[in-house]
Design a protein. Structure first.
Lengths: 578, 190
């Protein structure tokens, strides 16, 4: 049976068919739907871990215990998981261990554009790279076999266009995978210097064996057609190249670490001009150059951004396609915005009156950095806003710190915010930290998390008590405030930033997109009363526009949260029917 | 048949994803190779969103290039103008005449372009405009704007109406089916 599947859905199907029983992940675009789809299989234990490091450690434990285990993350998630990753490369596996990593060329939804193949090389972990959904499923199953064959974790590398494209997949049956025996083996599973030294030698030998394997593996495919022009490619770039060079010879690399040598030489011997077409870093290209194989790559193609058939057509064929456009029209851009009814809006509006320095991080609330809220000063990484606020204080002193606030989301707080908060208390900081608690992991599309009290399968579980946690860390000043009560929020932030001890403000109201959140009616403007002061426009609500000197509310977008009603100084906005 | 490339463009939250899935299901039932590319994550938060559907004998890239879309289904006027360069010279543009101000217009740093329909009309030979919001309301929910537009597309697709209804039934949750069928008919008969 053939089914249209997202690349992510296909990886999930591969995990199911491979007989995996333990999955632990942390959501991150574009990888999230892999684990969401896995959660629908009742045969697999799946969970959202607080972060990627924990997720990989859980999967590692399960693998050592004898199960086939899996975790998925976005490219920057590997930074968090790098610690267990490098050592698991030494330890190897018992049951197969596969890590899916989704890169984001073009940064559709990320803070940087790092290329995960660097991690495969650095940690010496084999990496497979599918080019469509069918391969995403097939390669995932193969990855488990290779993991057990070579005694190593194996990466599946995806990119946004593979993860979030749908193509046809043939569905198979689930393998009845039997737990492998668990036998205590200190030399294999306890990495201390004496064991590590021996293991490192084994890892180097393993890589050599993998190179030999990749020379003849069917995961790499070579097709000789036109002997004048050929290309070496991987991932979605292979599809773009196939579209513009349908008659060219090609070498498609399904194994992108370690790379074959003889196979590439064999290809080069038969083809005159070779293009290396790979998104992001010139990893295959440098490998070719190192082996004295002449290729054309980043000399004509960019290291930055996403590729397309259009881009390759211009760079390689020097062809331009003609098309229609509105020549003299400057079209306003449409950046992503906080949704109508978003609780973060009330928080930022309250804060903006105080002219603060706000150190932030990754989540929907990062969108508060854009006009008209312009609220954020920094965004580095998950949890980074908390520790950066402490850094600001230590650099510029306590007086400056009265103007500094760090912000973190609920899911992000358990991901990597708690350690930063401990640092503030432990090292006598006085920073004020806000947890924007909207009861869900929002930006990645609504995943449950340790703070909201539900598991990945929607079952009720013990929720982290933020108040008790703060108390246990040693924070004496903790306030819970509704961000819709903007007056109280402003007062609270003012008060807390002016104290000489650390404080935590929990800005608590659920995400407006949650099904359980319903506001009554929608807002409307009384044009008689509206004086065009634009106070409501400062909220940056996409449902409020300004026409002919008056505010106007778009009734298709308004959710009836009422924030505009409370900021209007002339009582010109009210709920319809009230 | 030769390759068909369809783009669905709009603003995050308008239901463009469901639309592409229904079109994709129709194409599979015809026995074609199908690829679709979607937008998830940050861009969905009220940003400019585009999804691609391609079907034919063999599809490589899941992405549509400039000058190569057979049909663009535009949920919003400014987005139609933005993605216009992707339309083939003789391609069909189906446009829902709805305007949603983007943030630079809301904050007053830019103006929503004037007379967009007129200007697009000068460029595009095959051009259908309609107010799908009104028809969706008539069907019972403003959320069915996407299904109204699918109705319009179905009529111009060269694929039988029954096939579209079959795909709709397979994609839409049962409890919303009646409303969506009504929306589809309103679009189809437009």
């Amino acid at each position: 049976m053939k089914k249209l599947m997202l690349g992510n859905e296909a990886v999930a199907r591969g995990v199911f068919e491979a007989g995996v029983t333990v999955v632990s992940s942390y959501p991150g675009t574009p990888s999230t739907e892999i684990t969401e789809n896995i959660a629908m299989y009742k045969e697999i234990f799946s969970e959202w871990a607080p972060n990627e490091k924990v997720a990989l450690e859980v999967a590692s434990g399960a693998s050592i215990a004898g199960a086939r285990a899996f975790c998925a993350m976005k490219h920057v998630g590997v930074n968090v998981a790098a610690d267990p990753l490098f050592t698991m490369s030494y330890i190897g596996v018992n049951g197969g261990l596969v890590i899916a990593v989704a890169d984001d060329p073009g940064m559709h939804s990320s803070q940087n554009e790092q290329d995960s193949r660097h991690y495969a090389r650095a940690a010496k972990v084999m990496m497979l790279e599918p080019s469509d959904s069918q391969e995403a499923k097939d390669f995932t199953i193969r990855a488990f076999e290779l993991s057990e064959q070579f005694d190593t974790p194996v990466f599946i590398r995806l990119s946004t266009r593979i993860s979030h494209s749908q193509s046809l997949v043939t569905i198979g049956e689930r393998t009845d995978y039997q737990l492998k025996d668990y036998v205590k083996d200190v030399n294999k599973n306890v990495m201390m210097p004496a064991m590590g030294r021996k293991k490192h030698i084994m890892v180097e030998e393993r890589t050599k064996k993998q190179i030999t394997y990749s020379e003849t593996s069917d995961l790499n495919s070579m097709v000789i057609k036109d002997k004048k022009t050929g290309f070496i490619s991987c991932g979605v770039a292979f599809q773009y190249a196939s579209e513009i060079l349908p008659d060219a010879s090609f070498l498609k690399l399904g194994i992108t670490y370690p790379l074959p040598v003889e196979l590439i030489k064999k290809f080069a011997d038969q083809v005159e001009t070779i293009y290396v077409i790979e998104e992001l870093e010139p990893i295959i290209e440098e490998h070719c150059r190192m082996n004295n194989i002449k290729v054309i790559g980043k000399d004509i193609l960019p290291v930055t951004g996403e590729y397309s058939a259009d881009l390759l057509r211009k760079a390689i064929l020097n062809e331009k396609i003609s098309y229609n456009e509105l020549e003299d029209e400057i079209l306003p851009v449409r950046p992503p915005v906080l949704c109508p009814g978003c609780p973060h809006r009330g928080l930022y509006y309250s804060m903006n009156r105080l002219k603060l320095v706000l150190t932030g991080d990754i989540g929907c609330y990062t969108l508060g950095a854009l006009p008209p809220l312009n609220a954020l000063d920094t965004c580095i990484c998950m949890g980074g806003g908390i520790s950066a606020a402490h850094g600001f204080e230590k650099a510029r002193g306590k007086d400056f710190d009265r103007k500094v606030v760090g912000i973190v989301g609920d899911s992000t707080f358990t991901h990597s915010g708690i350690t930063g908060l401990i640092d503030i208390v432990y090292n006598k900081g006085i920073s004020t930290i806000i947890v924007a608690d909207n009861s869900i992991t929002g930006m990645t599309g609504h995943q449950n998390n340790p703070v909201n009290g539900f598991t990945i399968k929607g079952e009720p579980t013990q929720a982290v008590d933020l108040l008790k946690l703060a108390e246990a860390i040693g924070i004496k000043r903790v306030k819970v405030v509704d961000p819709f009560d903007m007056k109280k929020m402003t007062e609270t932030i003012k008060e807390e930033t002016n104290t000489d001890e650390p404080s935590l403000i929990i800005s608590q109201r659920p995400c407006a997109l949650l099904k359980t959140v319903k506001y009554k009616g929608i807002a409307k403007v009384d044009t008689e009363k509206c004086r065009g002061c634009k106070m409501c426009m400062k909220l940056g609500c996409p449902a409020i526009t300004f026409n002919d000197g008056k505010a106007k509310i778009n009734d298709a977008l308004c959710v009836g949260c009422g924030m505009c009603i409370s900021v209007c100084p002339f009582e010109a906005i009210s709920k319809e029917g009230e | 048949m030769s390759l068909q490339s369809i783009m669905i463009v709009g603003v995050g939250g308008q239901g463009t994803l469901l639309t592409s899935r229904i079109i994709g299901n129709v194409a599979i039932n015809q026995g074609y190779d199908v690829k679709m590319s979607e937008v998830h994550g940050m861009a969905q938060r009220g940003g400019s969103v585009v999804t691609f559907v391609k079907y034919g004998e063999k599809i490589y890239s899941p992405v549509i290039e400039k000058g190569s879309a057979d049909i663009i289904l535009a949920f919003e006027e400014l987005e139609a103008a933005r993605w216009l360069p992707y339309l083939k010279e003789d391609g069909l543009l189906i446009l829902n005449t709805q305007k949603i101000d983007p943030m630079p217009v809301i904050t007053g740093t830019m103006k929503y372009p004037e007379d967009l329909l007129l200007k697009i009309g000068e460029k595009v030979r095959n051009f259908i405009t309609l107010d799908a919001l009104v028809l969706a309301k008539e069907a019972g929910t403003i959320k069915a704007v996407n299904v109204v537009l699918i109705g319009v597309m179905a009529r111009n697709s060269g694929i039988s109406k029954e096939e579209w209804i079959k795909a709709l039934e397979a994609t839409v949750p049962a409890k919303f089916l009646e409303m969506n069928m009504k929306a589809f008919e309103l679009g189809f008969n437009k």
